[in-house]
Design a binder for this molecule. Sequence first.
Ligand code: LMR
Length: 397
Amino acid sequence: MFESLRAVPADPILNLSVLYRQDTNPNKVDLGVGVYKDETGHTAIMAAVSRAQERLLVEEDTKTYVGMAGSKRFCDLLSQVTLGTDHQVLTDNRIALAQTPGGSGALRVLGEFINVAKPGATVWVGNPTWANHIPVMTSAGLTVKQYPYYDAKTRGVDFDAMMAALEADAQAGDVVLLHGCCHNPSGADLNLAQWQATADLIKAKGLLPYVDIAYQGLGEGMDEDAAGLRLMANTVPEMVIASSCSKNFGLYRERTGMAMVITATAEQASLAQSQMNSVIRSNYSMPPSHGAMVVETILADPKLKQMWRDELKTMRKRIKDLRSQLVDAIKAEGVEQDFSFIKRQNGMFSFLGVSAEQVDKLVNEHSVYLVGSSRINLAGLNQHNIAYVAKAIAAVL
Ligand code: LMR
């Protein structure tokens, strides 16, 4: 049976870590996978996470099954972080929640859930979007179409083209995938007026918004980064949200995330919960527990929560500073091309906007690792490598 198997091309993002590890150049720089690094290039465990883990080591007294939707307390606490403590959707109980294995797990569960509600439904994803969105959605049985999103000329969102495409081509019952904040890969986000216009269009056309929020807290702030999503939830009757604790709690390998389904009524929410649980049961039965227990411990304790928010603020500020410093460092190399757009964008990523050949040179001649689309992870820069990276960029331009 297996003689017919063909190798799948290496993952465009995750494979960069493999190549980086193999590279013996002492000056190598990893701007590939979306992982936060500190000034020393290390992805440290956040202090609040370490404290919570110490506490769990003493207090956790069972490893019995958690159930298909995971910990209810984790879900309740995290939904308040995402939607805000007293969002109407929460007070009305118009929501079904499930702890999932990371944000990818949430995306897949929600994709399959949508496929139960409307088999083969069309999901509109932005062009570009996170490289794994399309594989996850198609594996869930959905049909993927693209709407224009990033304008390489203005280095911003091509909002008119996005709205025109959705207005003209999206049909009632179609799904529209949006990035909650810190757009991956472009760093170009919708502003609040654009969120409202998108929400109005979605409502008028009977579309389902599907928000992926994987970087809350790494753009402008915890509440600021969720403002568009909250506004969407105020406007439309139904919505799904995939959230991740990989980046903002630094829990990458613990696979911690959550799927949320907002429904028009509380009765529909309990139906949605039963369907979501069934999707989970037939897939991985139930989520891993440790990361969610850590998050729950932090969010339930005001001191740990403050500690976590403060550290996240430091990370956010560092990324913003690195954005400015990179722009200045490129300029200092005598490059005339304007890179100031990097300062205006949000979160971990921006496109350098260089060609595939130039990306190849950065990787193969300078050991600066970035995604083929020219996406860089700003958090991979530090005071030791920033001048080197700027020189390398100047050399390939
Ligand atoms: C990224 O975009 O680099 C991260 O979300 C990691 C991943 O799984 O692709």
